[in-house]
Design a protein around this ligand. Structure first.
Ligand code: BGC
Length: 287
C-alpha cells in the first residue's frame, strides 16, 4: 500500500485533488465582482484558464468587461458579463438570480469590487466615507450572503469539488497596516477581515470555505501614482522587501489555488500576497 493509499484508508473522508493542475477548476461556476480591470480582471482570467466558467461583474467599462469574457471563452470556458453595483441589494440579488437561472448554481465567489476615495482625515466627507464602506464592505456582505444561501441550498457537488462552495474576499495589506490619509479604505478592509472570519466560523460545518487574499502594492489603475514614475516606484520599493511591485497575475494564481481543492483544509485565513510588505520593512536596518 502506498503512503497515499494508507492515509486515505485512515481517513476515508479526506478528499485529495482529482483534477489536473491545468484545469483545476473544471466544471465550477465562478462569479468575480469588479472584474473589468485590475486584480478582478486577472483573477477572472486565471479562474477561466483553470477551467471555471466565469461571470464578469462590472459597474462601468462594458467593453473592457467583454474583453475579459472573450479571453476566457477563447480558452474554452464559458463567460458572460453582468452589470451590477455590489452595494445595491436588489442589483446583487438580480445578478445571483440570473447566474443561477443561466448556469444552475455558483461554486466560487470572488468578492473583489473595491475603490478608494482618499482624503486627509479632517477633510474626509461623509460621502467619501459612505461610498468606500458601501462598496468595499457592504458589497462583500451582500454578495457573500447570496453565495452562502445558494451553497447551503445545494450542498456539495462531489463531481466538481469536495467543498459546498468557496468565497474569496479580496482584502488588502491595509486590513492590518494602518493607512493615514485613507482611513475609510483601511476601516473597510479591517471590516472585511473580521467579516470573513466570522462568516467562516459560522458556515464551516456546511463545508463552505471562506478566506481572504490581501494584496500589497499591485500594478493596477487604483494606485497608479505609486508606480508610474521612476521616483514613485523607487519610493514604493522601500515598502516591499521582495523589491518588485506585484502584478495582477500574482493575485490570480493565489485565487486559483484558494478556490481549488488543493487548499481544502485552508479556512478562515488571510493569505498575504504582498512581497513582504507586512514584514515591517522599516525594521530592516533599525530597531
Ligand atoms: C491599495 C493600493 C496600495 C496598496 C499598498 C492596496 O490595498 O489599494 O493603493 O498601493 O494597498 O499600500
Amino acid at each position: 500500500m502506498s503512503d497515499l493509499q494508507w492515509i486515505q484508508s485512515q481517513w476515508p473522508e479526506a478528499v485529495l485533488p482529482a483534477c489536473p493542475i491545468q484545469r483545476l477548476l473544471k466544471g465550477q461556476k465562478a462569479l468575480v465582482t469588479g472584474a473589468s480591470s485590475g486584480i478582478g480582471k486577472a483573477v477572472a482570467i486565471a479562474l477561466g484558464h483553470a477551467g471555471a466558467d466565469v461571470v464578469i461583474n462590472y459597474v462601468t467599462g462594458e467593453d473592457k468587461a467583454q474583453a475579459v469574457a472573450d479571453e476566457i471563452m477563447r480558452c474554452g470556458s464559458k463567460a458572460y458579463i453582468h452589470k451590477a453595483d455590489v452595494s445595491k441589494e436588489d442589483q446583487v440579488q438580480d445578478m445571483f438570480r440570473a447566474m443561477i437561472a443561466k448556469w444552475g448554481t455558483i461554486d466560487i465567489l470572488v468578492n473583489n469590487a473595491g475603490l478608494q476615495k482618499d482624503a486627509p482625515f479632517d477633510q474626509m466627507t461623509l460621502d467619501q466615507w459612505n461610498l468606500v464602506l458601501s462598496v468595499n464592505l457592504t458589497g462583500q456582505f451582500l454578495c457573500a450572503r447570496e453565495a452562502v444561501r445558494e451553497f447551503k441550498r445545494r450542498g456539495v457537488r462531489k463531481e466538481v469539488s469536495c467543498a459546498a462552495g468557496k468565497i474569496i474576499c479580496i482584502s488588502s495589506v491595509h486590513e492590518v497596516i494602518p493607512w493615514a490619509g485613507h482611513v475609510n479604505y483601511a476601516a473597510s478592509k479591517g471590516g472585511v477581515m473580521l467579516m470573513m472570519k466570522s462568516i467562516a466560523q459560522e458556515v464551516a460545518p456546511y463545508r463552505i470555505r471562506v478566506n481572504s487574499i490581501a494584496p500589497g502594492a499591485v500594478r493596477t489603475p487604483i494606485n497608479m501614482e505609486a508606480w508610474d514614475t521612476p521616483e514613485a516606484y523607487h519610493d514604493l520599493l522601500k515598502l516591499i522587501p521582495y523589491k518588485r511591485i506585484g502584478e495582477p497575475e500574482d493575485i490570480g494564481q493565489a485565487a486559483v489555488w484558494l478556490a481549488s481543492d488543493h487548499s481544502d483544509y485552508v479556512h478562515g485565513v488571510t493569505l498575504f500576497v504582498d512581497g513582504g510588505m507586512t514584514l515591517y520593512p522599516g525594521f530592516e536596518t533599525g530597531g
